[in-house]
Write a protein that binds this ligand. Structure first.
Ligand SMILES: [Fe+2]
Length: 393
C-alpha cells in the first residue's frame, strides 16, 4: 500500500493564484489584500510584511539574516502607500518611513506555508505488501544526481539502501559524511556490530533483535542511523525494518484508546553501561502540535513505565502489548539481507529496525554503524535543488 500525504491545500492555493496572473491590490483595514480573482485572495498583515523587508539597510544578502530587531518595530505600523512597477513588483511605504519592495509571488508562497509543507518530499507509508517496493538505490554518491536520488528516497520512505560500497573499515564515515555530520556517542564515532564476549548491548550478540528504535534514553535521540556491512557470511541475521509512522496511524484508526495512552504517557528510558548512564522520559508516540506523527521511541528492553494507579497501568500495559504486536506483525515488516558492501540509512524517529538471529558458528557478521541528525539530509535535499519552486523569505 502506498499512501502519499496530500499536497498542502494552502500551497495549491498559491499555485492557483499564480495561474491567474497579477493580483489587484487593495487595503482591507490595515491589511494588504492581493486579490487574484475567482475568490482567491491573500490578506497580509502590515507588520508581517514590514519584518520581511530585504532592503540593504535591513537585510544582509550574504547571511540572509535581518539586520534589525523585529520585536522593536511599531506594533501599529500601517501601510501608507503602495505602488507597482512594470515588472509587477510591489513597493510599500510603511508608516514608520521604511519603504520595501516585494515580489508578490514570493509573498504568497510564504503566506501559503505551514508546517505540513516544509519543502521536503511527502512521506510515503509502506508495509510488506506495498506495491511500490521500498527503494534499493545503487547510487553514485559522488555525483549530485545520485546523492539527490538517495536523499529523496530516504525522505520519502524513511530509509535508503546504498550498494556498491567498498568493504574497507571506515567506509561508513565517508558515506555518512555525504549526508551530514556524524554524531559521536559513548559507543564511538563508528560502532562495531559483531558478537562480543561481554557485550555492552544486545546488538553485539547473535540474538534476534525485535523491532526497536535506537537510544530512546538519549536526549536528543540520534535522528538517523547508518549501517554498513563489512562481512556477512553467517546463516541468518536478516535485517528488518518497520515503518513506525504507518503503524502508529494504523493504531490510531484501529485502537484509538491505546493510541491515546501511548501518546500521553511519559515513560522512563534508561541505559546503564560501563561508559555511560543515560536516561530520558518521553511518550512512546510523540505528536506534533497538530496531532500528527512526529516520532516514535520503542525499545522493549529499556522502557520503564512509572508506578501509575493500577487501573491506568492495566490500560497502559494492554495498549503497549497491542502496539508491540502490531510492530512485530510480519505484514508491516520489510526483510532483506544487507550483503557485504551494502549500507542502509534509516530514520530512527520514524522507522524501527531489527534483525533475525544468526549462527555465529556458520560464518562471520561484522557491521559498522553511526548516527547523524535530520538536519543533514534536510539541508542536502534543499542545497541540491530538491525543493525547487520553494522560495525563501
Ligand atoms: Fe539498534
Amino acid at each position: 500500500m502506498v499512501n502519499p500525504e496530500p499536497e498542502s491545500r494552502r500551497q495549491s492555493a498559491a499555485d492557483l493564484a499564480r495561474a491567474h496572473g497579477r493580483p489587484s491590490l487593495r487595503h482591507e483595514g490595515r491589511q494588504l489584500a492581493l486579490d487574484y480573482g475567482d475568490g482567491i485572495a491573500f490578506t497580509l498583515h502590515p507588520l508581517w510584511l514590514r519584518e520581511r523587508t530585504q532592503e540593504k539597510s535591513a537585510f544582509d544578502p550574504v547571511s540572509r539574516q535581518r539586520l534589525f530587531e523585529p520585536a522593536g518595530l511599531d506594533l501599529d505600523v500601517a501601510i501608507d502607500d503602495i505602488t507597482r512597477s512594470a515588472a509587477g513588483r510591489i513597493t510599500i511605504l510603511f508608516s514608520d518611513g521604511h519603504a520595501a519592495t516585494f515580489d508578490p509571488d514570493r509573498l504568497i508562497d510564504e503566506a501559503a506555508l505551514d508546517r505540513s509543507n516544509d519543502g521536503l518530499p511527502a512521506i510515503v507509508h509502506w508495509d510488506r505488501a506495498t506495491e511500490q517496493q521500498p527503494p534499493v538505490a545503487f547510487c553514485d554518491l559522488d555525483e549530485d544526481a545520485g546523492l539527490l536520488e538517495a536523499v529523496t528516497c530516504f525522505l520519502q520512505y524513511g530509509f535508503v539502501l546504498i550498494g556498491d560500497a567498498p568493504v574497507a573499515p571506515g567506509t561508513l564515515k565517508t558515506i555518512a559524511e555525504k549526508f551530514g555530520v556524524i554524531r559521536r556517542t559513548n559507543f564511538g564515532e563508528l560502532f562495531e556490530i559483531r558478537t562480543e564476549p561481554a557485550a555492552e548491548d544486545l546488538a553485539y550478540t547473535a540474538q534476534s533483535l525485535p523491532p526497536h528504535t535506537d537510544n530512546p534514553y538519549r536526549r536528543p535521540v540520534p535522528g538517523i542511523q547508518l549501517l554498513h556491512a563489512l562481512v556477512n557470511t553467517a546463516d541468518g541475521g536478516l535485517s528488518t525494518l518497520v515503518d513506525g509512522a504507518y503503524v502508529v496511524e494504523a493504531l490510531r484508526q484501529s485502537a484509538p484508546e491505546a493510541f491515546d495512552i501511548l501518546a500521553r504517557t511519559p515513560v522512563r528510558f534508561r541505559y546503564e553501561g560501563p561508559g555511560a548512564i543515560l536516561e530520558d522520559w518521553a511518550a512512546m508516540i510523540e505528536l506534533d502540535s497538530a496531532g500528527g506523527f512526529r516520532s516514535i521511541r520503542f525499545s522493549s528492553r529499556v522502557d520503564y513505565v512509572p508506578a501509575l494507579p493500577p487501573g491506568e497501568l492495566d490500560r497502559y500495559f494492554a495498549a503497549r502489548q497491542h502496539f508491540s504486536r502490531m510492530l512485530n506483525d510480519a505484514r508491516f515488516r520489510h526483510v532483506f539481507r544487507l550483503e557485504a558492501g551494502m549500507a542502509v540509512m534509516f530514520d530512527n524517529a520514524r522507522l524501527l529496525h531489527g534483525r533475525t538471529a544468526f549462527d555465529p558458528a556458520s560464518g562471520a557478521r561484522h557491521y559498522q554503524g553511526c548516527y547523524i541528525d535530520h538536519d543533514g539530509p534536510h539541508s542536502l535535499f534543499r542545497r541540491l535543488g530538491g525543493a525547487a519552486g520553494r522560495t525563501s523569505p
